[in-house]
Ligand binder design. Structure first.
Ligand SMILES: [Zn+2]
Length: 349
């Protein structure tokens, strides 16, 4: 099959279109999907560069998110069959360990991601376990049907943002949320989820174009973080009380401001640190204000079912920035790395 692969860690000169063996059904619960679209996430850029502890066999197929048509299933599969149109949760668990049996699939001791640890979705076929697969929902009128590109762009960011805000930070209606860097996929999914949850949402970006888009998606306040002191603005907007929840994924560049913006009993929840990972906290402020500092990664099967259910009601529909053919997938990586994208970058297969 044709696939877009990484031939070794480094830069985009290591990206190539290649002919590789198609994956086979190996386990009774395997589902093989003929992919129609794959979507990129920031994680794909990290995989190109190489991550500590990540050892890959090359050529390695990139891409975590995807959508397509079921092509073959193992003998134990009952929920989908050949011909079904599907999307899937790209976080693959063992479904056997103590964490998995307790329903905490993203804490699985063997947790792996498509495109990072496992062969990814920028290919004609991918194999995923049945518990990860969901049918692409039919939306009620007057919503237009979901395209494969939209379905492919949905899963990773919606699942991540849902667990961050709803499960980990326990966001409640009427609370104030600060979301950094709203151009990013997780941040933009977090904006939709926070509005759906009835929160007052403040978002930041360095781009006025991205802030205008965030207002269309319901952001209550938009701040250009290159022009204003975000923590001071949040304090002023909340009668000096501060935000109840801060959505972090930036790390060193924003951490201090995130804590200065955080109110009493506030929760800061993070899924990454793209600008650096060494963060400091003043323990006196931590205990006095009774803050929660929360880590979050992907989500479990129940959370995935919930975000797909909401998608089926017409909520959380992803925005697409651009779509590239598989043969030009390198341009998709360049687009993502430029930071100019507004919405998800998709590869059509
Ligand atoms: Zn497990």
């Amino acid at each position: 099959m044709r696939a877009f692969v990484l031939t070794g860690h480094g830069d985009f000169s290591q990206l190539a279109l290649a002919e590789v063996p198609a994956p086979d059904i190996r386990h009774p619960l395997d589902v093989r999907v003929r992919l129609k679209a794959g979507a990129l996430n920031h994680l794909d850029l990290w995989t190109v560069r190489g991550l500590p502890g990540l050892t890959l066999e090359f050529p390695h197929i990139l891409g975590g998110d995807g959508a397509g048509i079921v092509d073959a299933v193992g003998p134990g599969v009952t929920r989908v069959r050949a011909g079904d149109t599907v999307l899937f949760n790209p976080g693959i668990s063992c479904y056997r360990c103590e964490q998995c049996l307790a329903g905490e699939h993203s804490l699985c001791v063997e947790y792996r991601l498509l495109g990072e640890h496992l062969p990814g979705t920028l290919a004609e076929y991918v194999v995923v376990p049945e518990p990860n697969v969901a049918r692409i929902p039919q939306l009620p009128a007057p919503h237009a049907p979901l395209s494969f590109a939209e379905a492919a762009a949905f899963s990773l960011v919606a699942l991540t943002a849902w667990r961050m805000l709803i499960t980990r930070a326990r966001l409640r209606p009427g609370e104030t949320v600060l979301i950094w860097g709203v151009g990013g996929g997780v941040a933009s999914a977090a904006l939709r989820i926070a509005k759906l949850a009835g929160a007052f949402v403040i978002v930041t970006s360095s781009s006025d174009v991205k802030l205008a888009r965030a207002r269309e998606l319901g952001a209550d306040v938009t701040l250009n973080h290159t022009q204003v002191d975000v923590a001071r603005e949040v304090r002023a907007l909340t009668g000096r009380g501060g935000a109840d929840v801060v959505v972090e994924h930036v790390g060193e560049a924003t951490w201090d401001q995130s804590l200065r913006a955080l109110g009493r009993g506030g929760r800061v929840v993070t899924c990454g640190g793209t600008t650096g990972s060494a963060l400091a906290v003043d323990v006196r402020r931590l205990f006095w204000y009774q803050w929660d500092i929360l880590g979050s990664t992907m989500g479990n099967a129940e959370e995935y079912r919930e975000v797909v259910r909401l998608l089926g009601q017409g909520h959380l529909r992803p925005s697409i920035d651009s779509v590239f053919p598989l043969a030009e997938a390198r341009r998709a990586f360049e687009r993502l790395a430029s930071g100019d994208h507004v919405g998800k970058v998709v590869v059509e297969i």
